[in-house]
Design a protein around this ligand. Structure first.
Ligand code: SAH
Ligand code: SF4
Length: 393
């Protein structure tokens, strides 16, 4: 990831004035090493810098005491700063979920959204991410899930999703994607490698329409921050070229894959997800079959239950057949639709949700019900829209 290097302009005059600083956060080890070499330092200082940014989570150049003071001074004078996105606002749900507005790196005032769910939402159940041995209890939470965004807004225009209402505002940089994670890890004093934390790329945006920055962020989180790709899940609405690229990523850095199926057939899917007209279900499944799976790993199909639209018993039978026919090692995550202002769908009746679940389970399909977390603060699936205050639902 060298994009930020290209923007670097040495600032020789008056660095303390109100000049734009360039963020180091988001640069990978090689780019940091190149920066150090350019400053007349040995390349291994790049590793020290990476360690400081992504492992020690230091937020200011001054704090990076592994670097000589003169070098820190020089980096600052040359217009560099750590530049990690900062949590600007926190919304706390009655259920312990937190939603964050995070100040991006672009200075355009746009905030980025991330969510912390202590105890998760059951979305990772059955996809091969459970630890082999139970871990000792260490924190007030035993396992947690961090949900991050890949874009501000989204261009995909799914009819049931609040994020779609924003349209696509912009792609997030690798630093902004990884920065959300590092911010939240830091806020909750997560010890990487000890605490059980899952990461889902399921916030705002379509990760596979911002592929390079998304994968650059994954690489930083795996190679520098030390997170396991087996504890990460990326969700796509079915961007076929993205799935095909993803299939070529090596096991060491490839997160698990979730596909937002959301409908039992192309007719219904085309209505609620216009993207289906470009890449219909069969094309998505064909691409998904190219993604290699590690032992015990399954592909997740997400399925939003919309009252009367996707939650009928006949739909459950169609989904069962579709998954069987796909030949994929798959599991299904059912998500009861979370309402949003101005969206004309209805929540599924609780007994429709249970019947749908039971129908799939009865046919031997692994199926889990995602719990709605943080609905009261607009943190639940599909509700992220930079809502500063929202009606209580
Ligand atoms: N853009 C990607 C990832 C973000 S959306 C994708 O669509 O897969 C994450 C999940 O939330 C998707 O499965 C999506 O179908 C679901 N979702 C969107 N709006 C929702 C809503 N209002 N209620 C419940 N789930 C929703
Ligand atoms: Fe975009 Fe996902 Fe929302 Fe569809 S569900 S509009 S792809 S964020």
């Amino acid at each position: 990831m060298t994009a930020n290097l290209g923007q670097f302009v040495p600032l020789d005059a008056h660095p303390s004035q109100n000049v734009r600083q360039n963020p180091l956060f988001g640069l990978d080890r090689e780019a940091l090493a190149a920066r150090m070499v350019a400053a007349g330092e040995p390349a291994w200082r790049g590793r020290q810098l990476a360690e400081a940014l992504y492992r020690q989570r230091l937020a200011g150049i001054d704090q990076i005491t592994t670097l000589p003071k003169a070098l820190r001074q020089r980096l600052g004078d040359e217009g560099w700063e750590v530049g990690r996105p900062k949590i600007a606002q926190v919304f706390q749900s009655a259920d312990g979920t937190e939603r964050y507005l995070i100040q991006g790196q672009d200075r355009d005032g746009q905030t980025v959204e991330a969510v912390w769910m202590p105890e998760g939402d059951d979305g990772e159940s059955g996809d091969g991410s459970e630890p082999d041995q139970p871990e000792e209890e260490r924190k007030s939470w035993d396992r947690a899930t961090i949900c991050v965004s890949s874009q501000v807004g989204c261009a995909v225009n799914c009819q049931f999703c609040l994020t779609a209402r924003l349209g696509l505002q912009r792609n997030l940089t690798a630093g902004e994607i990884a920065g959300q994670v590092v911010d939240v890890l830091d806020r909750h004093a997560v010890e990487v490698g000890k605490d059980r934390v899952n990461l889902v790329f399921m916030g705002m945006g379509e990760p596979f329409l911002n592929y390079d920055n998304f994968m650059a962020a994954v690489r930083l989180l795996v190679e520098e921050a030390g997170l396991s790709p087996r504890r990460m899940t990326v969700s796509t609405s079915g961007i076929v070229p993205g799935i095909e690229r993803f299939a070529l990523e090596p096991d060491e850095i490839r997160p698990k894959l979730a596909i937002s199926l959301n409908a039992p057939n192309d007719a219904v899917r085309g209505e609620i997800m216009p993207i289906n007209r470009k890449w219909p279900i069969e094309m998505v499944l064909e691409a998904a079959r190219k993604v290699p799976l590690r032992s015990r790993e399954r592909i997740t199909f997400e399925y939003v239950l919309l009252g009367g639209v996707t939650d009928r018993p006949g739909h459950a039978r169609e989904v069962t057949r579709l998954i069987r026919r796909s030949g994929l090692a798959a599991k299904v995550n059912l998500i009861a639709w979370n309402p949003g202002p101005g969206i004309a769908y209805t929540m599924p009746a609780p007994d429709a949700v249970e019947s749908f679940r039971a129908a799939l389970a009865g046919e031997g399909i692994p199926v889990y019900l995602r719990r709605a977390r943080g609905r009261d603060i607009y943190a639940a699936c599909g509700q992220l829209k930079r809502t500063v205050e929202g009606p209580r639902l």
